[in-house]
Design a protein around this ligand. Structure first.
Ligand SMILES: Nc1nc2c(c(=O)[nH]1)N[C@H]1C(S)=C(S)[C@@H](COP(=O)(O)OP(=O)(O)OC[C@H]3O[C@@H](n4cnc5c(=O)[nH]c(N)nc54)[C@H](O)[C@@H]3O)O[C@H]1N2
Ligand SMILES: Nc1nc2c(c(=O)[nH]1)N[C@H]1C(S)=C(S)[C@@H](COP(=O)(O)OP(=O)(O)OC[C@H]3O[C@@H](n4cnc5c(=O)[nH]c(N)nc54)[C@H](O)[C@@H]3O)O[C@H]1N2
Ligand SMILES: [Mo]
Length: 765
């Protein structure tokens, strides 16, 4: 058996087919901590849900394009590639001539796979740009709220994410790590584009060796490894801002704040202090106040504030904290708190965002831009904040606010998705189903019959990364990996690139799209220009044939201890921040000028709807945390061995506290029904005392398997609210939702999403 090199968002590996045709996978030999998710790969080629041939929804084929509530409820008809591409190119031309390019939504959010040439979204955007453009999307489901608020406070999200203390610096210097959301080890195996050497698990182990004090602030103990001796503050979800304000209040009233730092590097501290002291609203944000909200004893809050002031303290906030209503506030409040401690720019001090959210945060690997495919220029200027997809489809022409501007939703007639799964990532999936009934046509490229593919009109089967040639490399990755073809394409699957080239030929834009190159020639071309670029910087990089033969290229090290924050600390005038004042804006005049009641001009405690203190909690008394799964990446390879092994009674496992299970008569292993007024899902119960009572945890990613308004498989997004974080950022708020839960009596309905939908092989019209 010959093992060939490849990589994935969760790690580099080599793979080959054994004599029985089974895929064998072996982690990269230099990976100190290979991801358990590699175990999902072996069944990827032959999973029963692989899409075999182009398929068209029967109603669309018979009645033509148009809004249709039957989308997602009808069978499919397999057609040949030529017929599928002819129909699709004609429909693209119709939509363009009748409604203009703006009527095509090509935002197509999603992670696709690791290879950088066959990156599905880049291919789609390049194709649609050649066709005259499309309505696009801004920001992410990952940190869409931070991406909008951070430029007002400190600079771009990229500045913040790439410039915190590195893990080695933290391990060497930090005395107290205050981790809001913890540093969940399950998440750090993942970096978009690939990762060859997983360093963060090793750094987490070093925290223990070096006796760094760790404060874990999270409803879940699992957010830091069990082997770490942490002080666990099992906070009530969505109340971190209150805790941060009380910590800040303690610093202020005890004179533990760094006045010199605040004066020299920040704006607005005095106004913020008035707010902490309650001088205008009459509410003193002290530890007693926060204790009632957070359920952390006041004495512990005061004690933590004093310890933070007395030690080199690093405050981290996971991205999950901003994936809720008013998600701006905990991020902004953490920065204000770190500014009061005055340690921003000192090694191992200050704040960070996304440590434990992504593998590259805090990593010190090489910092290179890897080869990528140019997407061209989009002549259409219309876009939406990415999480407003359902609003846009349901309410064309409606005005909304975004980052200080009024915008209008376009009227979308054609939705085109390649490399993402909105029926995984979006909230309130029953609402999304109504939204997907609105356009004339929905097109999806997918290797698998995901729920999104099942809600399309034209479904085009694509290869997986294992069935084509590419190269992959994540941010801070140590290697560029040659991704060799390990197996022939499944059934009739084609590469996204080949599909778009076929459409481009029909639309007269082939030359613009392909520039006359085959896929292999593109790889050589992109690699070649990248190699030249590096040569200009004095690096000697092997030729393409050498790289391909070796299977990888170890990138030169660019490690440096200089960060934007250290420079800023050294000279805040020469290294002014890209904010209006050039300083850290504890108060932002600009945000204040927008006049948003859901995002005022400084960090503030604002009550969300989906939390245990509100009115809704009397009907739905449990808060469900829908975090990232430890058994897969999002919904990818849910049929894989690692993902399947963790299912309970064939469904996604929901973790709950015995104190919540007992009164509901729920026992370990029971099928439970989790519900609220938006929908319901079934899941398998797992009892644990490692989360706070009143909190249940059901990760994202079980493939949506609807029977009416209930998902029989355990997808939490049937329950979550399609509510924006605020008018400022319009970010997604999928992390928390209020629910009730009961034991499911009787025989639970079977899972059907693990088989293809109904497909007719012949056209019998
Ligand atoms: N409730 C709740 N919801 C959430 C979150 C949460 O915390 N709570 N988290 C959010 C976050 S942070 C994110 S990033 C999103 C993730 O949401 P997505 O990125 O949409 O999820 P994936 O499952 O990674 O979807 C990628 C899809 O691309 C397909 N694919 C892989 N390779 C190829 C290819 O070469 N070509 C094509 N055409 N397709 C390919 C895969 O089969 C898969 O179906 O989910 C968000 N949703
Ligand atoms: N294995 C795996 N790793 C992944 C992914 C995956 O799908 N699988 N997805 C990747 C992607 S796209 C992204 S964007 C990142 C996401 O990174 P994050 O958004 O940081 O990850 P989550 O796991 O959703 O949340 C982290 C933890 O925050 C805690 N938390 C939730 N609510 C609260 C709260 O109100 N207060 C406090 N203090 N803590 C809270 C939860 O206990 C949760 O485990 O992960 C990446 N890593
Ligand atoms: Mo994400």
């Amino acid at each position: 058996m010959r093992l060939r090199p490849s990589t994935s968002h969760w790690g580099a590996f080599s793979a080959g087919l054994d004599e029985n045709g089974h895929l064998q996978v072996s982690a990269h030999p230099e990976d100190p901590a290979p991801s358990p998710l590699l175990g999902n790969l072996p069944s990827a080629l032959t999973d029963p849900t692989r899409i075999a041939a182009p398929a068209i929804r029967r109603g669309w084929l018979e009645r033509g394009p148009g809004p249709d509530p039957k989308r997602g409820h009808e069978d499919f008809v397999e057609v040949g590639w030529d017929e599928a591409l002819d129909l699709l190119s004609a429909e693209l031309l119709r939509v363009r001539s009748e409604h203009g390019n703006e009527a095509i939504y090509g935002g197509s959010y999603g992670w696709a796979s690791a290879g950088r040439f066959h990156h599905a979204q880049s291919q789609l955007h390049r194709f649609l740009n050649a066709f005259g453009g499309f309505t696009s999307s801004r920001n992410t489901y990952s940190y869409g709220t931070s991406a909008v608020v951070l430029p007002h406070v400190v600079g771009t999200a990229t500045d913040v994410l790439r410039n915190g203390s590195s893990w080695p610096t933290i391990v060497a210097n930090t005395e107290l790590l205050v981790a809001f959301g913890g540093v969940p080890e399950k998440n750090v195996f993942v970096t978009p584009g690939g990762v060859t050497r997983h360093h963060t698990p090793g750094f987490l182990a070093q925290l223990a060796d070096r006796d760094v004090e760790v404060a874990l602030i999270s409803p879940l103990r699992a957010d830091l490894p069990a082997r770490l001796d942490v002080r666990w503050y099992p906070i009530r979800p969505a109340t971190d801002t209150a805790l941060m304000l009380a910590l800040a209040h303690t610093l202020a009233v005890e004179g533990l704040h760094d006045r010199r730092f605040l004066d020299r590097y920040c704006t607005g501290y005095d106004e913020f202090e008035r707010y902490l002291l309650g001088l205008d609203d009459g509410i003193v944000k002290d530890a007693a106040w926060a204790s009632a909200l957070t359920d952390i004893p006041a004495a512990e809050i005061v004690d933590l504030a004093r310890r933070m002031a007395a030690r080199r303290t690093f405050i981290t906030v996971t991205w999950s904290l901003q994936r809720i209503e008013h998600g701006e506030q905990p991020v902004w409040a953490a920065i204000a708190l770190a500014a009061m401690l005055g340690q921003i720019g000192l090694p191992g001090g200050g704040f960070g965002h996304g440590y434990g959210s992504m593998g590259d945060t805090g990593d010190t690997g090489p910092d290179f831009r890897v080869p990528y495919l140019s997407q061209g220029i989009n002549p259409v200027k219309q876009y939406i904040p990415v999480a407003r997809i359902a609003d846009m489809l349901l309410r064309p022409g409606t005005r909304y606010q975004y980052d200080g501007a009024e915008r209008t939703y376009p009227d979308i007639r054609l939705v085109y998705w390649a490399g993402g799964n909105p029926f995984h990532h979006h909230q309130d999936l029953n609402r999304l189903r109504s939204a997907f009934a609105q356009p004339d046509t929905v097109v999806v490229h997918e290797p698998f019959w995901t729920a999104t593919a099942r809600h399309a009109d034209i479904v085009l089967p694509t290869t997986t990364a294992l069935e084509r040639e590419d190269f992959g490399c994540g941010r801070r990755d140590s290697h560029l990996i040659a991704m060799h073809r390990v197996a022939e394409p499944r059934a009739q699957a084609r590469d996204d690139h080949t599909i778009f080239a076929g459409l481009a030929a029909r639309l007269g834009i082939e030359e613009t799209f392909t520039e006359g190159r085959t896929a292999r020639e593109w790889l050589e071309h992109l690699y070649g220009s990248w190699r030249q670029h590096l040569a200009g910087k004095g690096f000697s990089v092997p030729s393409f044939p050498e790289f391909w033969e070796m299977g990888e290229y170890r990138l030169p090290n660019t490690e440096t201890d200089r960060t934007l924050w250290a420079d800023f600390r050294a000279d805040p005038v020469a290294h002014r921040l890209p904010t209006p004042s050039g300083r850290i804006e504890i108060v932002s005049e600009r945000v204040a000028s927008f006049g948003y009641d859901d995002c005022p001009g400084h960090p503030a405690w604002l009550e969300p709807v989906e939390w245990l203190g509100g009115e809704r909690a009397s009907r739905f008394p449990l808060v469900l945390i829908a975090n990232q799964p430890h058994t897969r990446l999002h919904g990818q390879l849910d049929g894989g061995a690692v993902s399947q092994a963790a299912k309970v009674a064939g469904r996604e496992a929901v973790h709950l506290h015995p104190e919540d299970a007992g009164p509901r008569g729920i026992k370990e292993g029971d099928v439970v029904r989790i519900f609220n007024d938006r929908g319901a899902c079934l899941a398998g119960a797992v009892l644990t005392t490692d989360l706070r009572p009143g909190v249940v945890q059901l990760p994202t990613g079980a493939w949506f398997d609807p029977a009416g308004t209930i998902c029989v498989h355990g997808n939490p997004n049937v329950l979550t609210a399609d509510l924006p974080s605020s008018q400022l950022s319009q970010g997604c708020t999928g992390q928390h939702v209020l629910v009730e839960m009961e034991r499911f009596a009787g025989e639970p309905p079977g899972i059907v999403v693990n088989r293809p939908p109904a497909i007719s092989r012949k056209r019998d019209m």
